[in-house]
Ligand binder design. Structure first.
Ligand code: 6PG
Length: 258
């Protein structure tokens, strides 16, 4: 059962990554259209990792949805501290798959400077966020935040054991996860939790055990940083494939056509 109330997750399960990515593309488009209609601009924060690759491709190639990219401002929820042309850069992935093919104007793209040292990059990005702030916040109220989840329960670059109650909008961190670059910059829950819509995407059986802990077990935000994401006045949607959702009880799932 899903309440659809602010902060409570709606959990939607799809056959596979293709169907999940199409649903994500539709939500992206709907959120963009609504934001532009209501406020004239759409503020989105992208993620890294492998899960959003197909979504980016769909958004870039789709002819029917016609997202108004000129009115879209693109940010990132986290970045690996590598140069922007590095194969591990979240910016590079989105640039190649989405920003360039969709011809999103450069001035609308606000990357985290991964080529800087972590603390410096975090401070610099806090200033970037401030330039687009939605008062009284010191950062934009994002219309859409895309997030993934690692097998260890991390999200963006908020890793297990990192401070839960930070008041900084950005943090420089050192992480150890798979073979991905360890030095990272991440936005923090105070920013994510002001968003109008947070969209998690997770696929694969290797995520199933942790997902059950995150969505169906007690609140342990030190251990499972994905639990720190609870939009105060926005929607929280998890898009999962069947394999990732395997350990979740039926009552957590929102009615959905596979
Ligand atoms: C990153 C991320 C990270 C990612 C998860 C899931 O920069 O790596 O933003 O939080 O979303 O690690 O990654 P996968 O999609 O590859 O499973």
């Amino acid at each position: 059962m899903s309440t659809g109330m602010p902060g409570y997750p709606e959990v939607l399960v799809y056959q596979d990554l293709e169907h999940l990515s199409r649903a994500a593309a539709q939500l992206f488009f709907d959120q963009a259209a609504l934001a532009i209609q209501e406020r004239g601009l759409f503020f989105a924060a992208l993620n890294g990792g492998s899960t959003p690759v197909h979504l980016f491709e769909l958004l870039a190639r789709d002819k029917s949805m016609k997202i108004d990219w000129k009115k879209t401002q693109i940010f990132w929820g986290d970045e690996r501290c590598v140069p922007p042309d590095d194969a591990e850069s979240n910016y590079r992935q989105a640039h190649e798959l989405l920003l360039e093919p969709a011809k999103i104007p450069n001035e609308n793209v606000h990357r985290i400077k991964g080529e800087l040292e972590t603390e410096e990059a975090a401070k610099e990005y806090a200033l970037v966020l401030k330039r687009f702030a939605s008062p009284p916040l010191d950062w934009p109220r994002f219309d859409l935040v895309l997030l993934g989840m690692g097998e260890d329960g991390h999200t963006a670059s908020l890793f297990p054991g990192s401070p839960v109650e930070t008041q900084n909008p950005t943090l420089g961190v050192t992480a150890h996860y798979q073979n991905r670059p360890a030095d990272r910059v991440t936005l923090t829950p105070i920013v994510f939790n002001c968003a109008r819509l947070v969209l998690f995407m997770a696929v694969g059986e290797n995520k199933a055990v942790t997902l059950e802990k995150v969505l169906n077990n007690g609140y342990q935000p030190e251990l499972y940083p994905a639990q720190r994401i609870k939009p105060k006045d926005g929607r929280l949607i998890w898009l999962l494939d069947k394999a990732a959702a395997n350990n979740l009880p039926e009552r957590l799932l929102t009615q959905n056509e596979l």
